[in-house]
Design a protein around this ligand. Structure first.
Ligand code: FES
Length: 102
């Protein structure tokens, strides 16, 4: 299965997110929750906001525009106005690199 390198683990501090723009893919948000990495599409399913600009709290990302909340682990839309989940990706960490499987 092909995998794509997104960033190095030290680029995403605990409790933060990093926006990456891999070639051929939509912009992605890489989250570090207590040392565990999760990746979803960065563009909010409700509008054009970058979720990386939102606040992270209790494993959820709060969209900076209209404050829909998504589960960082599953991408599920938890509150209005978003109803469509964020696409998430299978993540692996190898040799200090955060990668997704395609
Ligand atoms: S753009 Fe994210 S909730 Fe509207």
């Amino acid at each position: 299965m092909p995998s794509v390198m997104l960033c190095r683990v030290e680029e995403v501090a605990c409790g933060t997110a990093l926006r990456v723009e891999p070639e051929g893919l939509p912009p992605l948000a890489v989250f570090n929750l207590d040392g565990e990495f999760f990746v979803m599409d960065d563009t909010c399913s409700h509008g054009e906001a970058s979720l990386c600009d939102g606040e992270i709290e209790d494993g959820q990302i709060d969209c900076p525009w209209h404050h829909a909340r998504f589960c960082i682990r599953t991408g599920k839309a938890l509150t209005f106005p978003a109803v469509v989940p964020q696409k998430t990706y299978a993540v692996s960490v190898e040799a200090g690199e955060v990668r997704i499987e395609l």
